[in-house]
Design a protein around this ligand. Structure first.
Ligand code: C2E
Ligand code: MG
Ligand code: MG
Length: 625
């Protein structure tokens, strides 16, 4: 308890167990009496500071904090109510208890409306009564404050993304609507950027969700820091963000802004002692030309973002009207593809893989086709990408795998020696239980594991979980192949680590070998390297006799290509293998002067090929076709 003129306790308001009271009483006598009453209160300790009027109270409130204002003002007939209002406004976060001379319900009501929490009759004040009133006022006030905080928190949660604290979709729509109205009134433009991260899923899957979450928060932080406050930055969910900027000056400003965002996102991230990278595919739409309302503008920016993905990612694309047509076509394609997988409108073709030295068909690569109701037979290049982007690749890939295994398992006689090669998409490998699924299909169809070969591209293998999956597949006895070798990263280190039995040389190297000077050298180098690493090699896309002969002379005997057989339906393929006198050779018409390489020649080239130096660890120059 402090005496009226004593030191100011307010600075320590709320000290343990005590309540800091700012007492506003005009006359000293009343103040003294109230001090006595408060001192006699035993249940709670009061730290009291006395001031004589509201002005003085407001001054004190500026300097220190108090738990409650105890105001004794002559409020009869309205006098003093105004002071109460002023106190209420200045000290909105502190409860007020009013002291007055008489019981007057009307006055009590007015005082409450003016902001008082409670109302005490002076003559009736006892230590117990005043304690209860002050403690209740403080408690009630605290509860109201907590409630208000909870409501604010609730509002924040409803409008913000908890991971990044950025506004969410609902808040974005709301704010962007207001921004559009303002821009329309001021004849300003607005730029909408739809930002979708590339390569986020592998980070999340391989490095764990905690790292993924931190990465998203870092991206959000970069976006927020990059743009001044008047821009809106929101997270729509997953790895999608939207940025709305007000009228950047200059005609190419929307693209420059998007490029700035793309460059910022592309910089490396350092999370949990690791360095990781993502890039962004960005679509841009501009108000008013690309849409009148927020939904349309975001949809159009999204459409343009899709074009950035299709253009190879890490790109910026401005929305154009024609894109809508493409989007609709794509949408129709997605729907009918879903139906095709369900109703079995897919079919497999089999392309022979030949060992030219022994003149045998050793395998068949299965290639999927879509029997479209109106478009006829559709090539995989037209729908594999769509299937991968829309979550349909896993069921599609599984359909192919099961069918290929069923067909191969049904083969008997000469056919029972033929292996079946199946292309595997990254989407399938992303599933942790992929090797188990393969095992289940082998068991179900009864195919011996050594007759199944899975083809995947080298870019997929750049990731540890894929290498693990490949090793488990090899443990099952399944053969693994690197498809289209030379068109991806082609690193020695990767090749060395990759559990692969077979390397499939991309057709571009086969064609270049005859048309470019360095072609033969590269082809030769790939063959030697593969052998040095203990891998078998098959050349893809062999179309001419010259190509075949060159490959033979370099010691490559396994080949696949139109010269040896195009992809054909199952029954035709079966007939090709079972027919006598190596009918696969029939389509090959050689010049009169040609004679096959002799056995000695073949052996010599094979020996030469096997005699290779050890392979270094440095990356190959990127071998692009
Ligand atoms: P790929 O795995 O490299 O398959 C070889 C492609 O080259 C096939 O095209 C084949 O028809 C074509 N080809 C074969 N020999 C020659 C030749 O001598 N000259 C030329 N110019 N081309 C030749 P297709 O059937 O259009 O398949 C294209 C790609 O689609 C395949 O490339 C593969 O990556 C993918 N694909 C096909 N079926 C499946 C599947 O079931 N699953 C997955 N994930 N991808 C598939
Ligand atoms: Mg393939
Ligand atoms: Mg290939």
């Amino acid at each position: 308890m402090t005496e009226p003129e004593g030191p100011d306790p307010g600075a320590e308001a709320g000290a343990e167990g005590s309540i800091a009271v700012l007492l506003v009483v005009e006359d000293q006598l009343s103040a003294g009496r109230l001090f006595d009453v408060l001192r006699d209160a035993t249940a709670t300790r009061f730290e009291v500071t006395h001031v004589q009027d509201v002005d003085e109270a407001l001054e004190k409130l500026q300097k220190a904090s108090y738990d409650v204002l105890l105001v004794d003002l002559p409020v009869e007939e309205g006098y003093g109510l105004e002071s109460l209002y002023r106190a209420r406004v200045a000290a909105s976060t502190i409860p007020i208890v009013l002291l007055t001379y008489q019981s007057d319900d009307h006055l009590a009501l007015r005082a409450t409306r003016a902001g008082a929490q409670d109302y005490l009759i002076k003559g009736e004040v006892t230590p117990a009564l005043i304690t209860r009133s002050l403690v209740h006022a403080v408690e009630r006030h605290r509860m109201l404050r907590d409630l208000r905080d909870a409501q604010q928190r609730q509002w924040f949660l409803a409008n913000h993304d908890t991971l990044t604290s950025l506004p969410n979709r609902a808040a974005l729509l709301e704010s962007a609507r207001t921004a559009i109205e303002t821009a329309a009134r001021r004849s300003q433009g607005l730029v909408f950027l739809f930002v979708d991260l590339d390569g986020f899923k592998p980070v999340n899957d391989n490095l764990g969700h905690a790292i993924g979450d931190e990465l998203l928060a870092d991206v959000a932080g970069r976006l927020r820091r990059l743009r001044p406050r008047q821009d809106l930055v929101a997270r729509l969910g997953g790895d999608e963000f939207v940025l709305v900027a007000v009228d950047p000056p200059g005609e190419d400003a929307p693209v420059r802004l998007a490029e700035e965002v793309r460059d910022e996102i592309e910089k490396p991230y350092h999370i949990g002692g690791m360095e990781c990278f993502v890039s962004a595919s960005i679509g841009v739409s501009v108000f008013p030309q690309d849409g009148e309302n927020v939904e349309e503008l975001i949809r159009h920016a999204d459409t343009a973002m899709y074009a950035s993905k299709a253009a190879g990612r890490n790109a910026v694309t401005l929305y154009e009207k024609e894109m809508d047509q493409e989007t609709q076509e794509r949408f129709a394609l997605v729907n009918s593809l879903r139906e095709a997988i369900r109703s079995g409108d897919l079919l497999l073709e089999f392309q022979p893989q030949v060992h030219v030295g022994s003149e045998e068909i050793i395998g068949a690569e299965t290639l999927v086709r879509w029997r479209h109701p109106t478009r006829g037979v559709v090539a995989p290049s037209e729908f594999i990408g769509v299937a991968e982007d829309t979550g349909m690749m896993v069921p599609l890939g599984e359909w192919v795998l099961r069918n290929a295994c069923e067909v191969a398992a049904s083969w008997a006689g000469d056919l029972s020696r033929v292996r079946v090669a199946v292309n595997i998409s990254g989407r399938q490998l992303e599933q942790r239980d992929f090797p188990d699924r393969v095992q289940a299909i082998l068991t179900e169809t009864g195919l011996e594991s050594g007759r199944l070969e899975l083809e995947l591209t080298e870019s997929l293998a750049a990731n540890d979980s894929v290498l693990k999956a490949l090793a488990s597949l090899q443990k099952l006895g399944v053969r693994t192949a690197i498809d289209d070798f030379g068109t991806g990263y082609s690193s020695f280190t990767l090749l060395k680590r990759m559990p692969a039995d077979l390397l499939k040389i991309d057709q571009s190297f086969v064609h270049d070998a005859l048309s470019q000077e360095s072609g033969v050298v590269i082809l030769d180098a790939i063959l030697r390297m593969a052998r040095g690493l203990g891998m078998e090699v098959i050349a893809e896309g062999v179309e001419t006799l010259e190509e075949m002969d060159l490959l033979l002379s370099l010691g490559c005997h396994q080949m696949q290509g139109y010269l040896l057989g195009k992809p054909i339906p199952k029954t035709e393929f079966e007939a090709l293998v079972t027919a006598h006198d190596a009918p696969w050779r029939l389509p090959i018409s050689r010049p009169e002067t040609w004679s096959p390489p002799t056995r000695e020649e073949l052996l010599r080239s094979e020996e030469a090929a096997q005699d290779v130096e050890s392979v270094g660890d440095e990356a190959l120059p990127v071998l692009r076709g």
